[in-house]
Design a protein around this ligand. Structure first.
Ligand SMILES: Cc1cc2nc3c(=O)[nH]c(=O)nc-3n(C[C@H](O)[C@H](O)[C@H](O)COP(=O)(O)OP(=O)(O)OC[C@H]3O[C@@H](n4cnc5c(N)ncnc54)[C@H](O)[C@@H]3O)c2cc1C
Length: 457
């Protein structure tokens, strides 16, 4: 068996793994980056990027249909799915080329193949032993399903949904979380009849309840059907389609069933347990500095319990590289990681929901203000409705921002800055927002919650 030695060995080159590699190399370490698939992982190839390309095509379809509303003669003639695929694939391959070049430029050694942890400091890839002074586990996640619900045929996950070469006439979507509602949004815009099934009482159930309710109204208005608070029981399929039965006895017939019930950690059969890494329900348990129970062995990204988001993976990767370099980086809590759902309408949030803030600080210590986008010129111009809710501690900082409306995902940068900087609304309200922008709505909410509303009561 041949050996290769590095300062840092990273198992998996998704958002978490490649970010760790880039930062470690920048800090002067030699890096061995092991990947069995493609550099960039889930997010670049089957996650964030291709789904957002699909959502953009969907938006163009909607805008085309609505042209007359803006005085533009346009006729929606349909969606050419092979052209959509070409557009999506071009975006992904261009980003892939860019990432591959960057990794090469930083002098990172990419080791192609399936790795297995064989000791706290080494990973085996085929006949090669890749040894690191430190090892970072970054093996990512896979689409989960439910017990008894087999993926195959007309029962698909997001990976197959992305690759479809046709637009289904009817689709059932199991799961009203971010992945489920994003695909529902695309398919509806492409002309399908969509029904979402969610066991919890709301769509986008991890959001502030006021946002979930507005989201449900918006989806109802779009003609997207949903069943809430009811669990999936079984599915049958034949040549014509699927029949989904719910626990309440209702049945839904559709061409396809998309299973979007979350992502499980890819940690099985990778040697983690054999080497003694503490695992809980498949997730790798770390301390807040992302070190496992084995000193010098770290984990990043979706295999660490918490929000499964690409930018959390990036942050984890940077953090661990700096930690190994002895830079003592600051811990970023999951709570203050911005979240965006890129559907039509979008949802974007950071920090505590109003209900969580009231539990954490006490009812009397919390103030919230919900600014309606009806008062925002730019939102009116682009034809969107929604709201921006700011939650603050009285005489204290902004602890949560919750937004809904087309394009509000682009506002999350300012919202996360306010929350993470623990800004008091009084301090940031005087800072200007260009007119007319949707950013002004955030400014109006900060003004209003500091007691001096401008275009609001
Ligand atoms: C449909 C969809 C849409 C999404 N949209 C968004 C979004 O808009 N925004 C957002 O922030 N997040 C989004 N996500 C989530 C995001 O993709 C993940 O949070 C992110 O990819 C996690 O990064 P990671 O490095 O932990 O794992 P991954 O990206 O899964 O990377 C892990 C890598 O490890 C490799 N690997 C695994 N085992 C081995 C092994 N034994 N040997 C060698 N290599 C191995 C895999 O091939 C993979 O490349 C989306 C996910 C999906 C599925």
């Amino acid at each position: 068996m041949s050996e290769q030695n590095f300062d840092v060995v990273i198992l998996g080159a998704g958002s978490g793994g490649y970010a760790a590699a880039l930062r470690a190399a920048q800090l002067g370490m030699t890096v061995g980056l092991i990947e069995k698939g493609k550099l960039g992982g889930t997010c670049l190839h089957v996650g964030c990027i291709p789904t957002k390309a699909l959502l953009h095509s969907a938006e163009v379809a909607d805008v085309t249909r609505e042209g007359a509303q803006y005085g533009v003669r346009s006729e929606f003639l349909g969606v050419d799915i092979s052209a959509v695929t070409k557009y999506r694939e071009e975006i992904v391959s261009s980003k892939f080329r860019g990432l591959t070049g960057l990794i090469k430029q930083r002098g990172i050694t990419v080791i192609e193949g399936t790795g297995r942890l064989v000791s706290p400091t080494s990973v085996q890839v085929g006949d090669d032993l890749i040894i690191g002074k430190n090892v970072i586990l970054a093996s990512g996640s896979y689409s989960r399903t439910l017990p008894g619900l087999e993926i195959g045929g007309r029962v698909i996950t997001s990976e197959q949904a992305l690759e479809l070469d046709f637009i289904p006439k009817t689709v059932a979507v199991l799961g009203g979380g971010v992945i489920g509602v994003e695909f529902a949004s695309v398919w509806k815009s492409f002309g399908a009849d969509v029904t979402i099934i969610e066991a919890l009482p709301h769509l986008v159930p991890n959001e502030d309840e006021s946002v979930s309710k507005q989201f449900e109204r918006a989806y109802r208005k779009r003609g997207i059907a949903f069943h809430l608070g009811t669990r999936f029981q079984s599915v049958t399929q034949d040549d014509n389609g699927v029949v989904v039965t719910l626990e309440n006895g209702k049945t839904i017939e559709a061409e396809l069933l998309l299973v979007a019930v979350g992502r499980g950690p890819s940690t099985a059969n990778l040697g983690y347990e054999e080497v003694g890494v503490t695992i809980d329900r498949g997730f790798v348990i770390t301390n807040e500095r992302l070190e496992t129970n084995i000193p010098g062995l770290y984990a990043v990204g979706d295999i660490v319990p918490g929000l499964q988001l690409a930018h959390r993976g990036f942050q984890h990767g940077i953090f661990v590289a700096e930690e190994i370099a002895g830079l003592a980086p600051a811990v970023i809590s999951d709570l203050n990681i911005p979240k965006v759902t890129y559907s039509h309408p979008e949802v974007a949030s950071v920090g505590l929901s109003e209900a969580q803030a009231r539990v954490q600080y006490g009812d009397d210590a919390i103030l919230s203000y919900d600014y309606n986008l009806a008062g925002n010129g730019k939102s009116h111009i682009i034809g969107t409705s929604g709201s921006i809710k700011v939650v603050r501690v009285i005489d204290g900082p902004v602890v949560g921002v919750h937004m809904i409306g087309d394009r509000v995902g682009e506002l999350i940068g300012e919202a996360q800055l306010a929350v993470n900087w623990e800004a008091n609304p009084e301090d940031i309200a005087p800072l200007l927002h260009a007119h007319p922008t949707q950013h002004e709505a955030l400014g109006e909410a900060f003004l209003a919650i500091s007691g001096k509303p401008l275009h609001a009561l």
